[in-house]
Design a protein around this ligand. Structure first.
Ligand code: IFM
Length: 450
């Protein structure tokens, strides 16, 4: 029996990070303040009072980090750009030193034979623009387009792979509905208005990119976690549909179909966003690919006391899988379900798994080495499910693991570790885990062995 699952020749393997989670240097070289710089300084917002001030200190250790990526055989590195390094006030005056950092990063990657993939926005909104209302202010669409244009002009000659936003649902709903994330607002109307403006900003940035005539690809990355009704009851199924509409259709429908899910808008009533003539056309720009982030699946039950959707989520795990360090369920078949859903409903766009991975209770030995077979088991099972979706006709073009480094996990601080490389937060030493060597072999063989 052949136990090797081989991937198509052109399949792209990669690893992802984000600026606030790894860079540190929060006020070096004229970088402006962003909403996470501010949020981490508010009481009881982040566990242990952790901040991204130093993080992995990637800003100062970039050349060594790229050398490590090379050593680990990573073909494509997905990073995100800190808006306030480039524009300290969010707009207007450009900070040459900030742009220079990304310029050097791109050149260093290319010299190492690593393909750069850049995301414009991964949650670190400029504080000065937040003071003017943040994403709920319609002007944010133009602020973002101005920033995008500056970045494209500097980097798009060498970066051919662009993402506008990473996980806009998180930005809108954790930032503005539950307030778990920066800027910490609890207001569903602002959350929905934010979602609408994020989508418009996405569309406008795509337009700017097309107008620039650059010869690369541009897309959007969504977090599409799995959802299953907790029972067959009508109430649980309806609650599941509402959560699905909020996390999936709210973003996918306007981008691919130029419309919003009306049933959801009827349900949320007064929280519906203000939409003006032409907005949906702007959002529905043809994109070159969709990025799909998948981590887990939840069971959804109707609960009159749970939020606007009246829905309570509990983690679901396949038999024998247990949960991750963050108490997320593990259900590898869920990634397949999401990829097939996108294929069926949205015309089978080119798809990349832009993030997938897990926080596990890593136990370093006396040398700092982590034999993380649990993480390998998780990643392998998800890659195996992805092999199946390719056989079923999904245009899956690549897979990016989250993350190459342990890093700042937002409101949970430095507790959960997602990296294939351990970061010792005292010495900032990087020590590849077992999973890093395992992933290197997957990439080299373009295959997994079962
Ligand atoms: O660390 C985050 C990342 O910033 C966005 N996607 C999910 C990851 C794990 O929670």
């Amino acid at each position: 029996m052949n136990n090797t699952l081989r991937f198509p020749d052109e399949f792209l393997w990669g690893a992802s990070t984000s600026a606030y989670q790894i860079e540190g240097a929060y006020n070096d070289d004229n970088k402006g303040e962003n909403i996470w710089d501010r949020f981490v300084r508010r009481d009881a917002r982040v566990l242990n009072g952790d901040t991204g001030d130093i993080a992995c200190d990637h800003y100062h250790r970039m050349p060594q980090d790229v050398a490590l990526l090379k050593k680990l055989g990573i073909p494509c590195y997905s990073f995100t750009i800190s808006w306030t390094r480039i524009l300290p006030e969010g707009r207007g005056q450009i900070n040459v030193k900030g742009l220079d950092f990304y310029n050097r990063l791109v050149d260093t990657l290319l010299d190492a034979g690593i393909r750069p993939k850049a995301t414009l926005y991964h949650w670190d909104f400029p504080q000065l623009l937040q003071d003017l209302g943040g994403w709920p202010n319609r002007d944010s669409v133009d602020w973002f387009a101005e920033y995008a244009q500056i970045v494209f002009e500097k980097l798009a000659d060498r970066v051919k792979f662009w993402v506008t936003h990473n996980e806009p649902w998180v930005v809108a709903f954790l930032g503005y509905a539950t307030g778990i994330h920066a800027p910490g607002v609890c207001d569903y109307s602002q959350a929905y208005q934010t979602a609408h403006h994020l989508l418009m900003a996405h569309g406008k940035a795509v337009q700017v990119y097309r107008q620039g005539g650059y010869d690369g690809q541009i897309g959007l990355t969504l977090n599409l976690n799995g959802l299953m009704p907790a029972s067959d009851s009508d109430e649980d199924r309806a609650a599941t549909q509402r959560v699905h509409d909020e996390t999936h259709a709210l973003f996918l429908d306007p981008v691919f179909k130029g419309e919003y899910p009306q049933a959801l808008f009827n349900f949320i009533g007064p929280h519906k966003p203000n939409i003006q003539a032409g907005d949906l056309q702007l959002i529905r720009q043809p994109i070159d690919f969709l990025g799909l982030n998948y981590y887990n699946t939840d069971l959804v039950a109707f609960d009159i006391h749970s939020g606007l959707n009246k829905a309570r989520l509990t983690p679901y795990s396949a038999p024998s899988w247990g949960r991750t360090e963050m108490n997320w369920g593990i259900y590898p078949a869920g990634i397949k379900g999401e990829a097939l859903y996108v294929k069926k409903r949205y015309g089978n766009p080119d798809l990349y798994i832009a993030e997938n991975g897990c926080a596990m209770p890593d136990e370093p030995d006396e040398n700092g080495f982590v034999a993380d077979w649990d993480r390998i088991r998780y990643i392998k099972a998800h890659i195996q499910a992805l092999h199946e979706v390719i056989q079923e006709g999904v245009n899956l073009k690549g897979y990016f693991v989250w993350s190459i480094f342990d890093n700042f996990e937002w409101e949970r601080g430095y507790g959960p570790r997602f990296g294939l490389v351990r970061v010792n937060y005292e010495t900032l030493e990087r020590i590849p885990k077992q999973s890093a060597y395992w992933y290197r072999d997957v990439i080299t063989n373009n295959a997994i062995n079962l």
